[in-house]
Design a protein around this ligand. Structure first.
Ligand code: LLP
Length: 421
């Protein structure tokens, strides 16, 4: 459920009509609903009720300061994957002891940053990373709390580019070698082993891979405890999928996911962390664009929008589906026309959808891409020198620009000229 509904024939974000935002900030733009973010956080909180837990919002899905500050106000921690995300979390007022640091390639500078500013834990992904963190923390006279990310070799049955828990993926250490690697960690200075981390992929629409992976983590917890390690925390990653295509069957609900967690690792006496991104922010955001032209091609009509692949790259990159709806509600039974929905960028890959049925649209008509709050704005670029588009946050009947569109001068002046040019 989200808070983007037609009211009096016009698509609204909560109580704000989208044309009002378009008139104020111009198109294209991203718009997020505070109520939807809250609702999705609450669903996870209910799902884990009864277990000691921390919901660490995966900031990679949406790292706008206003969004993460709101998440933190609900009690969320943050899952960060770079020094930049760490600093964004800190800037939003998230205390270090609510920030977990994931990622396969943490640099020494990033380790120092987090050790200096405070960190809940590093999710360590390899032996060389472990050795480096040990040295850096020792040099700083600190002890770095760590989990080790294990790769359970489970097929998450999702898109290959966002599957992370098979042995061929670059993530974690093979679970079969975990005991050996934990022994190594325990012998290193500057590290404090506190738990296990696992994340098997993103946009999972089936709970079975979670169940298999978490059962393996439970078994490993017993083994590691028998080996003398303290395992008091389990980070179970993110990955629960969302319904991108409303006409399709819906993925499992957070409450069902919570049951899997309780069933598999709930009786180990561990504090549970999860790192959801998409399920919290995905359906909390729309991308709104305007029709520049309707072009009649040979055998097909093109809806040429002012939004493009640089604003939302998921269709071009993963062949991802986003529901696209007109901002003015079509009359019941209105005739549908198949359109190829494209942006103005100079490559054929700049296609959002082919032969998508929509009611007839004309120049200037607004359309909204659903499920664009996660991996939308954060993956955008200025390709074709198209400015990053504004982000707007709605709460009830109020809205605010939470990232402004840069001016062309801002963009040009970011470049500098060496004197020999
Ligand atoms: N934790 C870790 C360690 C991750 O790598 C990810 C996502 C998450 C948590 C959050 O997963 P979520 O709950 O959002 O599924 N750009 C792609 C998605 C990449 C996901 C990468 N890792 C997309 O647009 O579909």
């Amino acid at each position: 459920m989200d808070h983007f509904l037609y009211q009096n024939g016009i698509l609204h974000a909560e109580d704000v009509p989208l044309p009002e935002i378009a008139a104020s900030v111009g198109t294209p733009f991203y718009v997020y609903s505070t109520a939807t973010l809250t609702r999705h956080f609450d669903l996870f909180a209910e799902a884990l009720d009864g277990l000691p837990h921390l919901i660490c919002f995966a900031m990679k899905s949406n790292s706008n300061q206003a969004v993460i500050k709101h998440m933190a106000s609900l009690g969320a921690g943050m899952d960060v994957v770079s020094g930049g995300e760490y600093l964004r979390a800190k800037a939003a007022g998230v205390p270090g002891d609510r920030i977990v640091f994931s990622g396969v390639g943490k640099t020494e500078a990033e380790m120092r940053l987090a050790l200096d500013g405070g960190i809940r834990q590093f999710n360590v992904e390899s032996e060389p990373e472990m050795a480096r963190l040990s040295r850096v923390a020792s040099e700083m006279g600190k002890s770095a709390p760590i989990t080790i990310r294990v790769n359970p070799d489970v097929d998450a049955k999702t898109h290959a580019k966002i599957s992370t828990g098979r042995s061929e993926d670059k993530f974690g250490i093979p679970i079969a070698r975990a005991r050996e690697v934990y022994a190594l960690a325990a012998a290193l200075s500057g590290l404090q082993v506190i738990g296990i981390d696992v994340h098997i992929g993103s946009q999972l629409t089936d709970l079975e891979p979670f169940e298999i992976a978490y059962n393996k983590v439970a078994e490993l917890t017993h083994q590691l405890r028998a080996d003398g390690h303290t395992i008091s925390r389990l980070d179970l990653g993110g990955g629960l999928g969302i319904p991108y295509q409303r006409s399709n069957t819906a993925p499992p609900l957070p409450i069902e996911y919570g049951e899997v967690i309780k069933r598999t690792v709930g009786d180990l006496g561990c504090e549970i962390e999860i790192e959801p991104g998409r399920l919290i922010s995905g359906n909390a955001g729309l991308l709104v664009g305007s029709t520049i032209y309707v072009k009649h091609g040979e055998g097909r009509d093109f809806l040429i929008l002012d939004a493009a692949m640089n604003d939302l790259i998921r269709p071009a990159m993963y062949g991802a589906w986003h529901d696209i709806v007109p901002v003015v509600e079509p009359a019941p039974g209105a005739e549908q026309t198949p359109y190829d929905i494209v942006g103005p960028v100079c490559e054929s890959g700049d296609t959002f959808a082919k032969q998508r049925s929509l009611p007839a649209l004309a120049e200037g008509d607004l359309v909204a891409f659903r499920s664009a709050g996660a991996y939308g704005a954060v993956m955008s670029s200025e390709y074709n020198s198209r400015p990053l588009i504004p982000e707007v946050l709605v709460k009830g009947d109020q809205f605010a620009v939470i990232r402004a569109r840069p001016t062309f001068d801002d963009m040009i002046n970011r470049d500098t000229l060496p004197e020999w040019v």
